[in-house]
Design a protein around this ligand. Structure first.
Ligand SMILES: *[C@@H]1O[C@H](CO)[C@@H](O)[C@H](O)[C@H]1NC(C)=O
Length: 285
């Protein structure tokens, strides 16, 4: 009995230490850990698939892979188009990204349905609801003005429909393909209004699987971004991907990454998309 217990503990510790690989090493093709100090910056040494297995079910593990969400920022005078989306996807494939399947997130703007306008001041004027593929049974609410993020059961959407106190004003889908690049998972997707094919933006999620700490993963993420910019710059596209990290502590979120961090990032990407559209419109007027 004791030995089985010890075996189990040993096994769990192994998994734990695999997950918690320190951020100052990069895992190489044969599973060797390459210290960053050696200055290895060439692509192949960073992105082979390692033998590590990741628990892709966040419910079963406290370690939530960390991610940065990027938004395509078109150069002044240009707009997004599907050619850019194709080139970005080709770029991921040229980095030996292995296509894994489709993904989709949905973002909805809600506004109150007030019978008595005098009460308007008592309700949030508008908030955002988000469903994420990584948490199919959850739904997230974000009030950007008040810096609030909430995680709810996905059935809340049905309840809201029944209550009729808020109604969906605009809904957008983020959808595309998912790729695996060694310890990274990339999702490239278009932003389109639901029930329409009008391309409104392009997003990219970069997920680093072994680490949950924003602080500890920053160097590796920065390095990935450098390599990415290198690869994508050869294509001379009219714009670039931008990542602006929201101030998570404003929302009461800690350094340990959770899906609430993802929801906040999507809400902020939405803000950037709106700002870009407004800038283009202002330019035309
Ligand atoms: C982020 O927000 C926290 C709490 O609201 C604040 O103390 C901190 O200065 C902010 N950090 C930045 C970089 O703005």
């Amino acid at each position: 009995m004791t030995s089985i217990f010890l075996l189990t503990v040993g096994f769990l510790q192994q998994i734990y230490s695999d997950w918690m690989a320190p951020p100052n090493v990069l895992v190489c093709c044969s599973g060797h850990k390459v210290p960053r100090a050696s200055g290895v910056r060439r692509l192949p040494s960073h992105f082979p698939a390692t033998n590590r297995r990741y628990n892709r079910n966040p419910k079963k593990s406290k370690t939530m892979p960390l991610k940065w969400v990027f938004n395509w920022q078109p150069n002044a005078g240009s707009t997004v188009n599907s050619q850019i989306l194709n080139e970005v996807s080709q770029c991921v494939e040229s980095m030996n990204g292995v296509k894994e399947g489709r993904w989709k997130a949905t973002l909805t703007f809600y506004k109150p349905m007030l019978r008595d306008q005098a009460l308007a001041g008592e309700f949030p004027r508008e908030f955002i609801g988000i469903s994420l593929p990584e948490q199919p049974n959850k739904y997230y609410f974000i009030l950007r003005v008040n810096k609030i993020v909430l995680e709810a059961d996905s059935s809340i959407q049905l309840i809201m429909e029944k209550l009729q106190s808020y109604k969906s004003r605009v809904a957008l889908n983020f959808e595309g393909f998912q790729y695996q690049l060694g310890d990274f998972q990339l999702r490239v997707g278009k932003v389109v209004p639901t029930h329409s094919e009008n391309l409104r933006g392009i997003v990219m999620e970069v997920e680093y699987l072994p680490i949950s700490s924003l602080e500890k993963s920053k160097l590796i993420m920065d390095e990935f971004v450098d390599i990415w910019q290198d690869a994508v710059s050869k294509r001379s596209l009219p714009g670039h991907f931008m990542h602006i990290e929201p101030n998570f502590s404003d929302y009461g979120l800690a350094d340990h990454y959770t899906s609430q961090h993802t929801a906040v990032q999507y809400a902020h990407v939405m803000g950037q998309l709106i700002a870009t559209v407004q800038a283009v419109q202002a330019g035309r007027n």
